[in-house]
Design a protein. Structure first.
Lengths: 309, 266
């Protein structure tokens, strides 16, 4: 596309755990410099994809290259920073000591760099790892993923367990990585967690990539629940038949509905009255699924999951 | 020293120190008893023999010559207890190398470091080997010092020969545990395989040696290659020890190849 090698290139990448499908026929290319959000509900195959890219597990069929090389090549992993989805840290060893080991095993990272990240995330590295809270473990995980300034960051549910302030700091770190021209693949089951930093998102479901979208386009398609409160009762007819407005409920001085894509028509209709309060929930992934992938595939998925194992 | 070897040693350290202290205490007490036996062999010799039924005597390696220095050292220290303690220690480390951190999820970050799988396994093994060597060296010095002190009358090189055998036995079973864990990722299975082979192997060369139906099994018992040469009496059984070392090398190679091919943490 732009002459550079794709950071990730997967073709027909498939992983079965015995009979159980982890991921099937993934075709995906992630370009240098982009932040790719990898979205899907629990059990959809995000971790499976990521562990395939890191050669922790091996594909049943299909292939993938990472930074132009086979994931089995240890040299590739020197250029990757990885935050596991279920980060395990345990024992009496202090977090700082463990980070020192990871830094040395990666060929050396200045202690000042580790300290800087720890300060930024407000992580206490003097605590034994077994005694770290979930949030603090996640911070240690982030430090080790970012510390060597890798070309490619693979972050599996990075925001889980982080409190909102740290989440903001983390998102700032991701933006800096993008500003450097480095590449990020991050998974989440909540669009809201990745949409503000991602250029594109891929939606994976039951082991299949069902859509890859520019975030801007996805947001247009997203279903959003909106609640409007007025200073006086409003006639329901004023909101009926608006393009993209569904599930309309007008009762007295309030109107609730869901909107598909742009809120423009609704806003214009509401503007004729005095709006005292407006609530617009972040669109959640589940609702995008229900709107856009509720066709045949959904039927199959439901029937499939209803079968006895 | 590679970062992973140093890190692995840190992980094994507590366990190694614990076992070294335990084995040292055991040896101090039991070798020390020899002072009493030496003074009144007529009390301890028949008493020891009378106390044990035949099968149990077999299990303890016959208990012949119990009141002599070498006989005592062999029966009480090098026949059963110290080998078993070291084997347990080595199997513990063998599991800590791969299967245990894999089951707890701790291996995930290690396998995603820029270190090839085979190298990773060899470094985990190398750290275990160094740790075990240190424990063996310390306990050898202690055994020698106490034995000299109470006048067991076994020369240092014979004690070294026996101690080396214990080391090779422990290394074999530790590597076996590592290999099963590296091939399957299951530490329970690894412990079970090592445990059954240890107990079965010991039984075959002691109480089983006169049962012709199973006596051929001694060839697959690592204990055969340790006990048969009577290192306390005859020094290094070089050929037998090479068999143990060679078998360990085969296990290690198997471990490395199996780990290299496998999905981790599934
Ligand atoms: N080790 C495993 N053994 C068997 N099935 C697995 C294993 N890991 C994942 N799976 C299955 O593969 C599917 C995808 O899992 P995963 O990749 O962990 O999803 P996600 O990370 O999106 O939550 C799920 O159905 C899950 O049950
Ligand atoms: Mg996951």
């Amino acid at each position: 596309m732009n002459g550079m090698t794709a950071v990730v290139e997967a073709e027909g990448l498939t992983k079965f755990y015995g009979q159980r499908r982890g991921l099937e026929d993934l075709d995906l290319a992630i370009q240098p410099g982009e932040v790719f959000g990898y979205l899907g509900p629990n059990g959809s195959g995000k971790t499976t994809t990521i562990r395939l890219l890191l050669d922790v597990i091996r594909p049943t069929r299909g292939r993938a290259t990472v930074l132009g090389l086979d994931p089995g090549d240890a040299k590739v992993r020197a250029r990757i920073g990885y935050l596991p989805g279920e980060l395990a840290l345990a024992g009496r060893e202090r977090a700082g000591q463990y980070l020192r080991f990871l830094a040395d095993a990666r060929g050396g990272v200045a202690q000042a760099r580790i300290d800087e990240l720890a300060e930024r995330l407000e992580a206490d590295l003097s605590v034994p790892m077994g005694k770290l809270s979930k949030g603090n473990k996640q911070k240690v995980g982030l430090i080790q993923a970012f510390m060597h300034r890798p070309e490619f960051l693979i972050l599996d549910e990075p925001t889980s367990g982080l409190d909102p302030l740290v989440q903001q700091e983390f998102l700032a770190m991701v933006r800096e990585v993008r500003a450097d021209g480095r590449t990020v693949l991050m998974s989440s089951h909540v669009l809201a967690e990745v949409e503000h930093v991602s250029d594109r998102v891929g939606i994976v479901r039951s082991g299949r990539l069902v859509a890859v979208e520019e975030v801007a386009a996805l947001r247009e398609k997203a279903v959003r629940r909106v609640e409007l409160h007025f200073d006086a009762p409003v006639p329901p007819e004023a909101f009926e038949g608006l393009p993209g407005v569904r599930d309309l409920r007008a009762a007295g001085a309030s109107v609730t509905c869901t909107i598909d894509g742009r809120p423009d028509a609704l806003i214009k209709a509401a503007a004729r009255f005095t709006v005292v309060h407006l609530v617009s929930a972040e669109p959640d992934l589940e609702e995008i699924f229900l709107t856009y992938y509720s066709g045949e595939e959904d039927q199959h998925a439901r029937v499939g999951s209803a079968k006895p194992a | 020293m590679p970062a992973l070897v140093a890190q692995s040693l840190r992980e094994y350290r507590r366990m190694l120190i614990g076992w070294t202290i335990g084995i040292s205490v055991f040896m101090s007490i039991y070798i020390g008893i020899y002072a009493n036996i030496k003074e009144s062999p007529e009390v301890y010799g028949p008493a020891a023999l009378a106390k044990y039924p035949g099968a149990l005597k077999d299990l303890m390696g016959g208990l012949a010559d119990f009141t002599s220095g070498p006989g005592f050292l062999q029966s009480v220290v090098y026949q059963l207890f110290v080998p078993m303690l070291f084997i347990a220690c080595a199997c513990g480390i063998g599991n800590r190398a791969i299967a245990q951190p894999e089951e707890s999820g701790l291996l995930e970050l290690t396998v995603t470091l820029p270190i090839e799988r085979v190298r990773l396994l060899l470094q985990r093994f190398g750290a275990g080997l160094l740790g075990l060597l240190a424990a063996v060296a310390l306990t050898y010095l202690l055994a020698w010092a106490i034995a000299t002190n109470v006048g067991v009358g076994v020369p240092a090189d014979r004690i070294l020969a026996a101690h080396t055998g214990v080391f090779l036995l422990a290394l074999f079973f530790g590597t076996l545990t590592l290999a099963v864990g590296a091939a399957t990722g299951r530490k329970g299975l690894a412990s079970a395989v090592a445990g059954v082979w240890t107990i079965g192997g010991y039984a075959v060369v002691t109480i089983g040696q006169n049962v012709s139906a199973i006596s051929w099994l001694k060839w697959v018992s690592p204990f055969h290659y340790y006990l048969e040469g009577k290192p306390i009496y005859q020094g290094f059984p070089v050929g037998d020890y090479l068999v143990l070392a060679g078998a360990t090398a085969v296990l290690l190679l198997t471990a490395a190849l199996a780990f290299d091919r496998r999905d981790v943490g599934v």
